[in-house]
Structures are given as structure tokens and as C-alpha cells.
Design a protein around this ligand. Structure first.
Ligand code: ADP
Length: 573
């Protein structure tokens, strides 16, 4: 039962731990997805902000040149550069502003050192954009091209018309580096990714991490056609807006890219942020760590809880075991008591049977004698001899009546002693007188058996309080036993004061009593199993009555003996 409870608790604890770990795992995955989504959205927002900045920068420059072209119809072509100066300085980002006359020759511009005055576009075969602007009658923007001075520049060609008369084209060169410095360079914190920008053909206009790429195409040069980065670049070329991952073959890291198009009139570029995936992983790991700590705490609580439950169960079980043990002990004890009571009862039953057979025997024997005597009496005539026989028969009848009377009175006495109803008539008595009286009453029997009785009563007779008749009964009984169990020798009665108390010793030179019987002979019906005992008969009640009487006087009685040499009964009053 105890093992079953412990096992159940452990199983529940294990299930709880698995459940907590599973919930933790699922939550982790959700957290990971949410963190990544959030991060990507944030990167995309950053990219869009930069793209919006670039768009408004370029649009502002274009509009400025358009305004300039609209108001430049009357100005002489050579003096046009004067009107470029305020715009050049007010709106930073122009590399140069030049005027190309209607025949395609550069005639003026600012700054003068960056203006190739006299350069004939038609002669150099660089007249395509010029023609486009002239034909479309509106601004035309070319893709960024390398400048003589280095870097990339994008050209805005704005035609100047005076009504329908074509006057020429204002050409403004905008440095790509001017806008990348302003909108892309310091956007990303140092060491946490970079920005890059490509034109519609996939050429790099700016790259915060790889300067050597600028002006060149990624795909085919720096990235294999089928690389994961090439896939993202293709999305960008298709003017899409979104996020993706690629594997950087140089750093060996996974990068997260957020890209968005930059629209400048009919030119569309694409700007992007590229951040190592480890950025989000660091974030996720920090959440992981906290979650694992949380889960560990929960598991520790579960373990501690289940441990306490197991402990509680075992304590309860222990208490229960103690209780059961105690009850078993009680049961065992009461069983033993029952068994001993049973033995007692069996012993009592045996005693009862013995008692019945003894009493029947003791009653029957005198009755038989009396019956024989009366039969003899009936047959007698008046002769001299018969007269003597009659006297003898009457004596026998008298003796047996006495014997029965004694037996009945002994039975009554023992019953009174056992029920606590032995009444003593206490009064001041003379102990030595009682002893002498008892000896006198037994003198005749003593003479009959030939055992002399010696009295040795020392000092003055002590005055004691006692029941005269009962004390005589005790001494008569003891003297009677001594005479019964002594075949030859003598018997003696001593009396003296010991420590202020009278001590009486009744001794004989008879058969003696075995040591293991010395205490038992004071039990009722107990007789030492010997041939002499059987021969002399008796009830086994005499000593039990003596002890009851002496106890009733507050005294004690004991026997001392040596088998074959005699016995002494010692009374202390
Ligand atoms: P009983 O009627 O048999 O004498 P008692 O109670 O007086 O009963 O004595 C119990 C038994 O003690 C006797 O049967 C006897 O075996 C033993 N006993 C008593 N007195 C003496 C004695 N003086 N010498 C030897 N045995 C004795």
C-alpha cells in the first residue's frame, strides 16, 4: 500500500514535470516566432524610413532643377551658371549643375572646375539622355554612373523650353555617396548589421559592409547565381518589399534582410538592412534562459512538493505501523492473559475434581465405618463380650462423627477465608496459655502415637490481641500434623520474643518436606505426594486455614524443613 502511494506520487510528479517541460518547449517556440516576427518588422520599418528619406531627398533635388529650368528661358546660356550657385549651396548634395545648349555642347556650369565647358555630347556619342529629355519635354533621370572624380553620380536632365523653342538642358549631377552618407551610413549601430542599396539592375549603389562592391553587380561577381543572397537580390530587383534570410559565405553567418524599393520618378532602386541572425538568437536565448530558470524553479517546486507528500505518506504509514504494532502487542498480551486464565481455569477444574473426589472420600470413609458399627451394634446380645464390643462401636461412631464435623467445619473456614468473611473475635489473650491449652488437647493423641511433646516457652507470656479459639485451632493443627508425619522421635514447641514480636516454632523429627513444596503446602488441598500422606489421609485444608488465621492477625507463617530429619513451622505474630 505504502509502495503504491509512493509510486503514484512519483508518477504524478514525473507527468507534471513532462507537462511543464512540454509547455515550456511550446512557449519557447512561440516566443521564438514572435521575437523573429517583431525583429523583422522593426528592420522593415527602419528600411522604409531610410527609403522615404532618400525618395524625398531626390525628389526635392529634381523639383529644384525643374523650377530652375522653368525660369531659365530668358537667361543667356553662358550666364546660366550664376543662377545655379544659390541652389548649389542651399540644397546640398549636388555634385555639379551644368547647362548644355540646344546643340548638345556644355556651355556653362557650377562649380566651374567640375564643368567640362565645350564638351560636345554628340561628338562623344553621349547624347542619349540629352535626346530623351529633349523629346519627352520633361525631366529624365539616368542610372548612376562612375564620376571622373570617383564615386557614383546620378544625372537629372531637365529640358529648357521657351514656348516651343528648345533652348537646351540643365544637367544636375547628384552624388550617390551624398545620400548614402545621409540616409544609410549611420542608421545601424556599429557591429549590429549594415545597410545596402542597389539599382534596378542589381548593381550596388551603397554597401555599408563591403565598399569594394559599390558600382558592381552582386550576382555573378560577389554572389553565385544560385546563392541564397542572389534570391533576395532578385526580389529586390523585382521592386518587392519584405524580409528574408541568406547565408553569408564570407562571415559564415545567417543574415536577416529587410528590403524596400526607393522610387525616384521612373527609376526604382532598392534599399535593405542586413543583420546577423545571431541578433535575434541572442534575444531569444535571453528569453530561453529566463524560461529555463522559470521551468527549473517550477520543477524544483514540483519535486519538493511530491517529496513532502511522499515523506508525509511514510510518516503516516510509520504512525500506522506503530499503532498496528501496539495493537498487536495488546492483542498478544490479552491472548497470553487469556491463555494463563485458561490454564488457571483448567487448574481450578482439576482442583475442583480433586476436591470433589477428596470430599467424597472423606465423607464416605467415616460413613462406611459408622454403617459397619451400627450393623455390628444391631447384631449384639446382652453378653459381657457384646457389652464391650458395643462400647467399642459407639467410640468408632463418635470418632467418625467428629471427623466429619471437622471436615465440614474446615470447608466452611476455608470458604470464609477465601471470601474475606473470616470473623476474628479479637481480645487480649495470653499466648503461652493458648499454646499450653493446645498441647493439652493433643496430649492424648501424642501419647497414643508415642511422640513426646516438649514445651520451651521463654520468659513471660506476651500479652497479645487475638482470637483465642482460632489461635488454638492453629496450634492444634500444627501439632496434629507434626504427630501425623512423625513416626519416631519427638516434637517441640518454642516460643520467644524476637525484635519485640513473639515467635513460635513448632518442630518435629518426622519425614520432612521437600524444598520445592515448602510454599505450596499452604495452598488449599495441596498435599505432598508421599506414601505416608496417603496412609494418614487428610484434606490439605489445615495449613491453608492456619495461614488465613495468622494473616488475619497481621502475622506470618512459614515452613523450614529437611527431608527425613523433620520440619519446623515458624509463626511470627
Ligand atoms: P492435611 O490435612 O493433609 O494434613 P494440611 O494442610 O495440614 O493438610 O497439610 C498439607 C500437607 O503438608 C500435608 O498433607 C503434608 O504432606 C504436609 N505436611 C504438613 N505438616 C507436615 C509435617 N509436620 N511434616 C511433614 N509434612 C507435613
Amino acid at each position: 500500500m505504502r509502495d503504491y502511494k509512493r509510486f503514484t506520487t512519483i508518477v504524478i510528479a514525473a507527468l507534471l514535470i513532462v507537462a511543464v517541460a512540454w509547455v515550456g518547449h511550446v512557449t519557447n517556440q512561440e516566443v521564438e516566432t514572435v521575437v523573429q516576427q517583431q525583429f523583422n518588422a522593426q528592420q522593415l520599418l527602419l528600411t522604409r524610413q531610410s527609403a522615404a528619406g532618400i525618395e524625398s531627398f531626390l525628389e526635392e533635388k529634381t523639383v529644384l532643377i525643374e523650377v530652375l529650368a522653368a525660369g531659365a528661358t530668358d537667361a543667356p546660356p553662358e550666364g546660366m551658371a550664376q543662377s545655379f550657385i544659390p541652389i548649389y549651396y542651399r540644397s546640398r548634395g549636388f555634385f555639379a549643375i551644368q547647362f548644355v545648349n540646344s546643340t548638345g555642347v556644355v556651355v556653362s556650369g557650377y562649380p566651374a572646375e567640375d564643368t567640362p565647358v565645350g564638351f560636345d555630347l554628340y561628338a562623344a556619342n553621349k547624347n542619349q539622355a540629352f535626346d530623351r529629355a529633349k523629346d519627352r519635354r520633361e525631366a529624365y533621370i539616368t542610372d548612376p554612373t562612375p564620376l571622373f572624380e570617383g564615386g557614383l553620380g546620378s544625372c537629372v536632365w531637365v529640358p529648357v523650353y521657351d514656348d516651343n523653342e528648345f533652348k537646351g538642358v540643365i544637367l544636375a549631377v547628384i552624388r550617390v555617396s551624398a545620400l548614402s552618407e545621409r540616409f544609410l551610413t549611420d542608421v545601424m549601430p556599429e557591429g549590429h548589421g549594415y545597410m545596402y542599396m542597389i539599382d534596378h539592375s542589381g548593381r550596388s549603389l551603397y554597401d555599408g559592409a563591403h565598399e569594394e562592391v559599390i558600382g558592381k553587380k552582386y550576382i555573378g561577381n560577389f554572389q553565385a547565381n544560385n546563392s541564397s543572397y542572389a534570391k533576395i537580390l532578385r526580389e529586390q530587383i523585382q521592386k518587392k518589399d519584405g524580409t528574408g534570410y541568406y547565408f553569408d559565405e564570407i562571415t559564415g553567418e545567417r543574415q536577416i534582410v529587410a528590403y524596400t524599393p526607393v522610387v525616384w520618378r521612373d527609376r526604382v532602386w532598392s534599399v535593405a538592412t542586413s543583420v546577423p541572425a545571431s541578433e535575434t538568437e541572442a534575444l531569444i536565448h535571453s528569453v530561453y534562459r529566463k524560461q529555463i530558470l522559470f521551468i527549473a524553479i517550477v520543477i524544483a517546486i514540483i519535486l519538493a512538493g511530491s517529496g513532502s507528500i511522499v515523506l508525509l505518506f511514510s510518516r503516516w504509514n510509520k504512525e500506522l505501523e506503530c499503532e498496528v504494532e501496539k495493537k498487536t502487542d495488546d492483542l498478544r498480551r490479552s491472548n497470553m492473559e487469556l491463555a494463563s486464565a485458561n490454564t488457571g481455569l483448567l487448574e481450578l477444574d482439576r482442583l475442583k475434581s480433586e476436591f470433589v473426589s477428596m470430599v467424597s472420600h472423606e465423607l464416605k470413609t467415616p460413613l462406611t465405618s459408622m454403617k459397619i458399627s451400627t450393623d455390628v451394634l444391631k447384631s449384639l446380645s446382652g453378653s459381657e463380650k457384646d457389652i464391650r464390643t458395643r462400647e467399642e462401636m459407639l467410640r468408632i461412631i463418635d470418632r467418625n462423627i467428629e471427623r466429619q464435623k471437622r471436615l465440614v467445619s474446615d470447608l466452611l473456614d476455608i470458604s470464609r477465608i477465601e471470601t474475606g468473611n473470616l470473623k476474628l473475635s479479637l481480645e487480649p489473650v495470653n499466648l503461652y496459655d493458648i499454646i499450653r491449652e493446645s498441647v493439652e488437647s493433643m496430649r492424648k493423641i501424642a501419647e497414643e502415637v508415642g511422640i513426646p511433646i516438649h514445651l520451651d516457652l521463654q520468659g513471660e507470656s506476651p500479652r497479645i490481641t487475638g482470637d483465642h479459639d482460632r489461635l488454638v485451632q492453629v496450634f492444634v493443627n500444627l501439632i496434629g500434623n507434626a504427630l501425623k508425619f512423625t513416626k519416631e522421635g519427638e516434637m517441640r514447641i518454642w516460643a520467644r520474643m524476637v525484635d519485640g514480636h513473639p515467635e513460635i516454632r513448632v518442630s518435629d523429627t518426622g519425614i520432612g518436606i521437600p524444598p520445592d513444596e515448602l510454599d505450596l503446602i499452604f495452598d488449599k488441598f495441596h498435599q505432598v505426594d508421599s506414601g505416608l500422606t496417603r496412609e494418614v489421609g487428610g484434606t490439605g485444608l489445615g495449613l491453608a486455614i492456619c495461614k488465613g488465621i495468622i494473616d488475619g492477625h497481621g502475622g506470618s507463617i512459614r515452613a523450614e524443613s529437611e527431608v527425613g530429619r523433620g520440619s519446623t513451622f515458624v509463626i511470627l505474630l
